[in-house]
Design a protein around this ligand. Structure first.
Ligand code: DX5
Ligand code: ZN
Length: 216
C-alpha cells in the first residue's frame, strides 16, 4: 500500500471552511484529519460536534478524528455519529483502553490509539492486535506548526517491529511537524499515514503540497 495523506484542518481557514473542504475534496488527500482539543488534556481548545458535522456533510473523504480530550469514552458514540470513520483516543487519557477500543469498533468505526512523545511503544504491547491504527505524536499535542521531535523516528521503527512481530494489521500514522524534509524518512521507517497541517495549509498551493507529500 502506498502511503496516505491526512491534512489537519486545525490549520485550515475557519473563516471560509467550505472553500478549504472543497479544495481537499479536489486534491489527492486521502482522509481529513480533525483535531479535537478540550483545554484539559492539552493546553488548547479547538472545536466540537457542530463543526465536525459540517465537515462531514461536505467532505467526500473519511474523517480521521483525533481526540485530545480526557475521558474520551464518554463521547465516542457521538463522534462516530458525527461522522468519524477513524476515531483515535490517547493512551494517556484512557483508564480502560481495551474497553474503549472495542466500543469504537462496535460502533462501526476504526479504532486508533495515540501516544504522546513521552510514552514508550511498549505500552501498546497488550492492545496492538486489536488496534486498527497507532498515531505517533511527533510534537507535544495542542498546536499546529511545531517542530518535529527527532526521537519519533526511532519510535516508529520500534512500533513497526512490534506490528510485524504480532502480525497486527494496525496502520502507523505520524502527526506533528511533518514536512517535505522528513516525510521520506518517516515512510521508510514504516509510516502509512502522514498528517500535515502547516506544511499543507501554510503553503501557497494546497493541492500541489498534498500531491508533493503523496509522491514523496
Ligand atoms: C497537534 C495536532 C496536529 C497538528 C499538526 O496537536 O494533533 O494534528 O494539527 O499540525 P502540523 O502539521 O502543523 O504540525
Ligand atoms: Zn492530530
Amino acid at each position: 500500500m502506498s502511503h496516505l495523506v491526512s491534512p489537519s484542518l486545525l490549520s485550515a481557514n475557519f473563516g471560509n471552511l467550505e472553500k478549504d473542504i472543497n479544495t481537499l475534496n479536489n486534491s489527492k488527500a486521502d482522509w481529513f484529519h480533525i483535531d479535537v482539543m478540550d483545554g484539559v488534556f492539552v493546553p488548547n481548545i479547538s472545536f466540537g460536534f457542530p463543526i465536525i458535522k459540517f465537515i462531514n456533510h461536505l467532505s467526500k473523504k473519511p474523517l480521521d478524528v483525533h481526540l485530545m480530550i480526557v475521558q474520551p469514552e464518554k463521547y465516542v458514540e457521538r463522534f462516530v455519529k458525527a461522522g468519524a470513520e477513524i476515531l483515535t483516543v490517547h493512551y494517556e487519557a484512557c483508564n480502560h483502553l481495551d474497553r474503549t477500543i472495542h466500543e469504537i469498533k462496535s460502533l462501526g468505526a476504526k479504532a486508533g490509539v495515540s501516544l504522546n512523545p513521552h510514552s514508550p511503544i511498549n505500552l501498546l504491547e497488550d492492545i496492538i492486535e486489536i488496534t486498527d491504527l497507532v498515531l505517533i505524536m511527533s510534537v507535544n499535542p495542542g498546536f499546529g506548526g511545531q517542530k518535529f521531535i527527532p526521537n519519533s523516528l526511532k519510535k516508529i521503527e520500534h512500533l513497526k517491529n512490534l506490528i510485524i512481530k504480532r502480525n497486527s494489521k494496525a496502520l502507523i500514522e505520524v502527526d506533528g511537524g511533518v514536512d517535505f524534509s522528513n516525510a521520506r524518512q518517516l515512510i521508510d521507517a514504516g509510516v502509512d499515514v502522514l498528517v500535515a497541517g502547516n506544511t499543507i495549509f501554510g503553503s501557497v498551493n494546497i493541492v500541489d503540497s498534498i500531491e508533493k507529500l503523496k509522491k514523496i
